[in-house]
Design a protein around this ligand. Structure first.
Ligand SMILES: N[C@@H](CCC(=O)N[C@@H](CS)C(=O)NCC(=O)O)C(=O)O
Length: 225
């Protein structure tokens, strides 16, 4: 397969099959639905949900041994990790709608910085710690000190992000909305759901990104029922 074959059509992935998204109902699944809606890319959804046992069926474990959602399936090819999926989709199908990740090395580095910052500092190190030791404490153990530190950690990193955004804006990469905005915005929304206060500039930013039509339609697509 040549590299250009990756840009086959808006309805089919590089493996020739239509896309299937596994997973609904979480901010991580939302990222994938949002990106597909930005790309206007038809797909089907397997509405499996978190903590329902549906990530542990033999059919799903065969697709994703991590037993987590989301996953993107295209024929017999499967990709997991929400950030990897949105960047893959942007790379394959983003050229017509200015959603391709930057290729110039310094710009790409700044783009990656936002993506990794969102996934590590905002999602894994803080939001997921809160989820594990608050909502899922029966499984992971109660740890109020860790939850408190994670809440404070989120605030500190959000303030740092606000400083960086004030120098670029309105989007994280400047004038153009990108997959990095999807990752960052879904983390900010996750924080608001947990009553973590955000600086006004990030609230304004979130208003901007979530008024997009693709966000609104993806919210519906990501609904568990
Ligand atoms: N780093 C992964 C995290 C995925 C993740 O933790 N998914 C959770 C739901 S948000 C999950 O599937 N947990 C297992 C379960 O609920 O059965 C990603 O961003 O895709």
């Amino acid at each position: 397969m040549s590299q250009n074959d990756h840009r086959l059509s808006q309805t089919r992935g590089p493996e020739g099959g239509p896309y299937v998204v596994w997973g609904v109902g979480t901010s991580r699944t939302m990222r994938v639905h949002w990106m597909l809606h930005e790309l206007n890319c038809p797909y089907t959804t397997q509405k499996i949900t978190s903590r329902s046992g549906q990530t542990q069926t033999s059919a799903y474990v065969a697709l994703n041994p991590s037993q987590k959602i989301p996953a993107l399936q295209c024929a017999d090819w499967v990709l997991t990790e929400s950030a990897a999926i949105v960047n893959f989709l942007a790379t394959c199908h983003g050229s017509d709608c200015e959603l391709s990740p930057p290729t110039q090395p310094h710009l790409r580095a700044l783009y990656d910085e936002w993506c990794f910052f969102s996934m590590m500092e905002l999602d894994a190190n803080t939001l997921y710690v809160i989820r594990k030791h608050l909502d899922l404490s029966a499984l992971y153990g109660e740890a109020s000190a860790a939850v408190n530190a994670a809440q404070q950690g989120f605030k500190k990193q959000a303030n740092a992000a606000a400083v960086r955004l004030s120098k670029t804006g309105p989007y994280v990469m400047g004038n153009t909305f990108s997959a990095a905005d999807i990752l960052f915005s879904t983390c900010l929304s996750g924080a608001l759901r947990r009553q973590i206060p955000l600086p006004q500039s990030l609230l304004d930013y979130l208003t901007l990104t979530t008024k997009r039509e693709a966000y609104r339609s993806a919210l519906v697509a990501n609904q568990a029922v």
